[in-house]
Design a protein around this ligand. Sequence first.
Ligand code: ZN
Length: 393
Amino acid sequence: MDRVKLLAARYRAAADRPYFATALYALSIVPSSRVPTMGVDAHWRCYVSPAFVDATPVEELAAVWIHEVAHLLRDHHARAGRLPPADQRDRLRVNVAQDCEINDDLLADRLPLPAGRMEPRLFGLAPGRLFEEYVPLLPPHEHPLDCGSGAHGRPSPWEIGEGAPMVGPVEAESLRRHTAEAMRAHRRSRGTLPKGWERWAEQVLEPVVDWRRVLTGAVREAVAWAGGAVDYTYRRPSRRSAAMRGVVLPSLRRPLPRVAIVVDTSGSMGDDELAAALAEVTGVLREVGVHGNRVTVLACDADVHAVSRVTSAEQVTLAGGGGTDMRVGVTAALAARDRPNVVIVLTDGHTPWPDEPAACRLIAALIGSGAPPPPGWVETVSVGVVSAGRVSG
Ligand SMILES: [Zn+2]
């Protein structure tokens, strides 16, 4: 393989757009006659066809270097794994969508990509979108394009297991941050960036936390913990104990925990955010099989110190009014005959909290912003007003 030409192209790419330099030089090169042009795997190994290097001018090769590293910077393989299953099936269509997401920015930056490249225009689509948006708009068809598992997430035939140096996920994340910071510095010195890269750098440096994922994760984890907390010692005999060998232990059914949801109805917080948070919580509980009489929803109106037990989330209405004291709701929840293992409080956060850890897992979903943080033993999830929850790269 003409390594000199390939390296000259990488040098050219890094010299012309220095903010990509660190990421470009983190790629390790694996020559392969099985890869059609160039491709990457998720460990930042770049597979290169010697024939393609021979046939392609240096300035076009430089553009392809940037194309390949863009798949990795934009975390395409991880994002592909979060697509709806129906969209994931056609990996080459995903790949075409990803190339559309990358190439419109590269072309706007006047990079001379080789002929045959994908771009949104070819499909009558507007540029500037994310690949997740392009996938369902593209015709599902077989396409010879394959940029490797670093793009669509599934191993391609030419990818090797071990051998070439690998970049791990932590290092990859720091390469993304470094690149985004270099782009920001480039912009400050009045350089220009294509819109897509600008947005990407902003999101890397100031990510919007997906509260839905954090909240459902916390609820899931608490329920699993509560389900496993009972009979722990019986279910987990020491494996090292030779005396246990051959002894059949009674298999105990994993008990389903009880959950109480305490809803702040003081009316000082957004109706929409409350409804969204409540829907997420009840949705994930249903998913893990905790429903019916195992879930209690308590509407807590501190003004009248009244706690009402409602039979469904839809019955919760915001009462309006001033003060908030979620301690009233938590106490009422724990006083129930069937004491809950997990209590989830949905509140704007302007409330006093119990002085000491409650005899249950307590999760607070704080809706809106500006609330003082609860004590450290309360698991806290901020449900932001900016609740788009879209994950993108
Ligand atoms: Zn590609």
